[in-house]
Design a protein around this ligand. Structure first.
Ligand SMILES: Cc1ncc(COP(=O)(O)O)c(C=O)c1O
Length: 404
């Protein structure tokens, strides 16, 4: 026990650095290791010149406002640009007064966790799901129930069964958290039929649906499936969250949340205590980048680059991986997920060996699974490594798997 541990709140005491994270820290230090462990965009493609010009313009043209404190909801120009962007790309009509600009979409998830969860509450997610959401919900005291995925996203018949069961013991969740398109970590996309089913169940059991959508703006193919739940939302019960991180740059830390009307004011007040507002300057920069078409052009670049990398990773997996493995074929995002159906295969236990002997790194899949399963799975990132590294890294991984 560390010196001040007895003074810490139960929430912060629940947050533990994983051993895996510690292990992965070392990989940045060696050039020999091919890493599929990251979850970050390829910095080579950030539109640096355009952003430098926009930053200069914003400070010179209206620095008095851009460098000043601003509204908790976000500066109007940014909310308006986001509302227009979402209407243009998703067909979802939203008043800028129903958009709250957040500090990354991570803050939006944090706001939802704080706004709804009391210790002991059930929260339903996909299994596997985004690690930082799982951690946040648990830190807030939630008992997270994972619903398995297949190639068509969350199995909504299983969701229906689970909701029936939870209702019978008076333990319905307040919300269901889903990443329907190019899900992190699995890479799968929920079918339109299942999206409709989720909305039907949410209506039947009077639940909120949290739709986390960082990846749907740069889909590689088969885009028809990816109708947002927010678009299907006839009863105003979807909290839609998204981010500038993958369509422009994560370093500007701009995200947004579009809640049902009745929740806007509540969430605004909550955010006020969290950080007063998200960085004013970055909001102006993002708004201008949207208005000037920089975001749209960047989306086309990442769509092309990541599609190519995804194709190469799939080709590598088809060539090298043994036939007792399954891997996702994502239509977007940054990740491919794989399960290895070999007895006692434990990707977490093998990671040290993978890094030290095979010089390849991945994120073991277990920690993405709310029920603690998934020891035989790994998340592989294809956005960051080069094409040559993708092939060589997959070849090394296949060797590790065969020799395990
Ligand atoms: C599903 C999902 N939600 C939220 C986030 C958080 O992103 P940010 O805070 O950069 O917007 C990520 C980041 O990778 C993610 O994959």
């Amino acid at each position: 026990m560390d010196k001040f541990d007895h003074l810490l709140s139960p929430t912060i005491r629940k947050i533990k650095a994983s051993e895996i994270r510690e292990l992965l820290k070392i990989i940045g230090k060696s050039k020999e290791i091919i890493s599929f462990a990251g979850g970050i965009p390829d910095p080579k493609y950030f539109p640096k010149k355009e952003l430098a010009e926009i930053a200069k313009e914003v400070i010179e043209d209206f620095g008095d406002r851009a460098l000043q404190y601003s509204e908790t909801m976000g500066v109007y120009e940014c909310r308006k640009a986001v509302a227009e962007f979402i209407y243009r790309t998703k067909g979802v009509k939203t008043d800028p007064d129903n958009v709250i600009i957040t500090t990354g979409s991570q803050q939006a998830i944090d706001m939802i966790a704080r706004a709804f969860i009391v210790p002991g509450d059930k929260v339903i997610t996909e299994s596997p799901t985004y690690l930082a959401s799982l951690g946040l919900f648990r830190a807030q005291g939630a008992d997270v129930v994972g619903i398995k995925l297949d190639d068509h996203g969350m199995k909504t018949l299983a969701l229906e069964e689970e909701l029936k069961k939870l209702k019978s013991i008076d333990a319905l969740p307040k919300f269901i958290y889903v990443i329907p398109t190019a899900q992190n970590p699995s890479g799968v996309t929920m079918s339109l039929e299942r999206r409709k089913h989720v909305m039907e169940l949410a209506g039947k059991y009077d639940l909120i649906v949290v739709e986390d959508d960082p990846y749907s703006f740069f889909l590689f193919d088969n885009r028809a499936e990816a109708t947002p739940l927010k678009y299907l939302d006839k009863e105003d019960r979807v909290i839609y969250i998204s981010t500038a991180s993958k369509i422009l740059a994560p370093g500007i830390r701009i995200g947004w949340i579009m809640p049902p009307k009745e929740l806007v004011r509540r969430l605004e007040l909550l955010k006020q205590y969290m950080d007063l507002h998200s960085p004013t300057l970055n909001q102006y920069i993002f708004a201008r980048a949207l208005d000037k078409g920089v975001v749209d052009r960047h989306i086309e670049v990442v769509r092309r680059v990541y599609k190519e990398k995804r194709d190469h990773m799939i080709a590598g997996l088809e060539k090298y991986f043994p036939n007792y493995t399954w891997f996702s074929r994502p239509i977007g995002g940054l990740f491919i997920f794989t399960y290895i159906f070999k007895e006692d295969f434990d990707a977490g236990a093998l990671l040290e060996k993978a890094i030290n002997e095979y010089k390849v790194a991945y994120v073991p899949g277990k920690s993405f699974h709310p029920d603690g399963g998934g020891a035989n799975s790994m998340r592989l990132n294809f956005s960051y490594p080069s094409i040559n590294e993708i092939y060589e890294g997959v070849r090394r991984l296949a060797e590790l798997i065969k020799n395990a």
